[in-house]
Design a binder for this molecule. Structure first.
Ligand code: NA7
Length: 533
């Protein structure tokens, strides 16, 4: 075998791809991992804007496959910042000698199945060609930045950035007039990071989100020791919890408390870390509008209390969705930043964005606000974006983006019929909760499947059309079980022309684990194993 012929060709050096490389090698497969980036980390390589950080607890995001790794790597904060996250991934690839199998700076432009041989041919932008038995596209759900088409983008004389493609060379924004478009998770992290640095910051908000405090903190030595000591228990919880977090589960319905007790409980939640506001709230919090509304009123009160200018405060309060209708952002000093005289908020609901001019941003009221820098914090082509762009062609030249033109069709969010030996852990229809945890389940499934095929002398493994249909129908039919609204990016609603289809797994991680475990234990009966055909 030449160095471009391997058993497993992995695309994407993010949290899933590195895990897959480690596991494939551990099982004795030869493997290579390609990524367009010059470094590892996937979305954590590209998202290097100021104050980009986890909002999952750091130790619940990292790998669990090595106790030694767990014990030697100390996360400095509950929610690590991007530089530390990037250091972690570099540490992992060095520690496990994975770097020799990385081929960075390679953008995959096509992956074509050779039906006669049962192999894949993968080509990069510079014309390199790789051949492999399997392709694992660990290309991520949040990896293709979305930047809306706005007139004048090529006329604007200043600099433009997207948060998801932040340049590695530090951008000096001191003394600059900055326009920030978008107030999702990235936007709310950036606002306070820029507020004290720039000359002026104009935040263009379309839909306000319920931003609550991240409540980040250093991890004290005693907690570090406890985490190390409790490795097995922590691992067990993270491997089995529906959300993939260590959070205690909600234990009571809202009606069990008086209004006063609920207010005290909400105050406690407000001070809790990140997603706990969602995951440890009342049992009926997401599905009882009254309870959800009470929490939202509580948060709205906090916004009014924090933001001195009440007109601004009112604009920051969501009116069209409750908490958990969209993916909630978590901030540090987000609302406080609006008290900084250099920060102003423009509601695009009141005055929509019209165009960029040579000197700034024009809104529908005819006002042009000058800017030296425009930052697009406008999100991602979620779920299917990267897979659809990979140039994947399966049996009989079937193009994946064509096959998915009405929305993804998957089995367990990791395989499609007509695409033998092609897997995409971390893809659409699998996603639910803390990403590395359910991705990790899928990596285990894919690895076990490849081992099974090898043990049975099968060259080709392909999921049946019936199994794909069953899972896809389940995802679409059960969409209502998720609290997320159809107007959110979890249904592709943020991308013009994208079909509105469920991109998550609304049946939850537990169901995915159950199906995966049963399927593997039964010898993967929903896959056809055999010779090339
Ligand atoms: P998000 O959460 O998708 O946020 C994107 C933001 O950009 C959101 O406020 C959008 O408003 C706004 N947006 C998108 N298109 C436009 C246009 N055309 N005009 C004005 N504003 C626009 O992406 P993030 O990067 O912040 O976070 C992504 C994930 O990263 C997050 O969920 C975590 O998993 C981590 P809209 O809501 O569409 O009205």
């Amino acid at each position: 075998m030449s160095d471009t012929e391997v058993d497993v060709l992995i695309v994407g050096a993010g949290v899933t791809g590195i895990n897959q490389l480690y596991r494939a090698r551990q099982e004795g497969f030869s493997a290579l991992l390609l990524d367009e980036a010059e470094g590892v980390g996937g979305t954590w390589y590209w998202n290097r804007y100021p104050e980009a950080r986890f909002d999952s607890e750091s130790y619940s995001y990292g790998y669990l496959f090595s106790r030694e790794l767990w014990e030697e790597w100390e996360w400095s904060e509950e929610y690590a910042g991007q530089p530390e996250v990037e250091r972690y991934f570099n540490h992992v690839v060095d520690k496990f000698d994975l770097r020799r199998d990385l081929r960075l700076g390679r953008r995959v432009t096509s992956a074509v199945y050779d039906q006669g041989a049962g192999t894949w041919t993968v080509t990069t932008g510079s014309g390199e060609v790789y051949r492999s038995r399997y392709v694992v596209a660990a290309t991520g759900v949040l990896s293709v930045p979305f930047r809306p088409v706005v007139p004048g983008q090529d006329v604007f004389r200043g600099v433009q950035y997207h948060t998801g493609r932040w340049p590695a060379d530090a951008v000096d924004l001191r003394g600059k007039r900055v326009a920030l478009i978008g107030t999702g998770s990235s936007g709310v992290q950036l606002v306070p990071a820029l507020a004290d640095v720039v000359e002026s910051l104009t935040v263009y908000q379309r839909t306000p989100d319920w931003c609550t405090p991240l409540n980040n903190a250093p991890i004290p030595a005693a907690r570090q020791a406890e985490l190390k000591r409790d490795y097995e228990a922590v691992k067990h919880t993270l491997e089995t919890s529906p959300s993939g977090f260590l959070h205690e589960l909600p234990n009571r319905y809202a009606e069990a408390d008086t209004a006063e007790e609920r207010a005290v409980f909400f105050e406690k939640l407000w001070k809790s870390g990140g997603f706990r506001k969602l995951s440890t709230n009342y049992i009926d919090f997401l599905h009882n509008p009254e309870v959800n509304g009470e929490w939202c009123a509580f948060v709205a009160g906090k916004i009014r209390e924090t933001v001195r200018d009440q007109e601004t405060a009112e604009k920051l309060i969501p009116r069209d969705h409750g908490y958990g209708g969209r993916r909630p952002p978590f901030g540090t000093g987000y609302y406080e930043a609006y008290n900084n005289p250099s920060v102003r908020l423009v509601s695009l609901r009141d005055t929509p964005l019209v165009q960029l001019t040579e000197t700034g941003v024009e809104t529908a009221d005819g006002v042009v606000r000058d800017a030296d820098v425009v930052i697009w914090a406008t999100g991602w082509d979620f779920g299917t974006g990267a897979l659809n762009k990979l140039g994947v062609r399966g049996r009989a030249g079937l193009a994946l983006d064509d096959y998915w033109k009405d929305g993804p069709r998957t089995y367990l969010g990791l395989a499609s019929a007509g695409f033998p030996n092609f897997f995409f852990p971390g893809g659409p229809h699998g996603s639910t909760g803390n990403n590395p945890r359910y991705n990790g389940d899928q990596v285990e499934f894919v690895t076990a499947l490849m081992v099974h095929a090898r043990e049975h002398g099968a060259v080709v493994a392909e999921v049946s059309a019936a199994a794909e249909e069953e899972w896809t129908t389940l995802m679409n039919d059960q969409a209502g079980r998720s609290s997320f609204l159809e107007s959110s990016y979890f249904y592709g609603a943020n991308i013009p022309g994208k079909p509105r289809k469920q991109l998550l797994n609304p049946t939850g991680r537990s169901n995915m684990q159950k199906v995966a475990t049963e399927t593997a234990a039964a010898g993967f009966p929903v896959f056809e194993f055999g010779a090339p055909a």
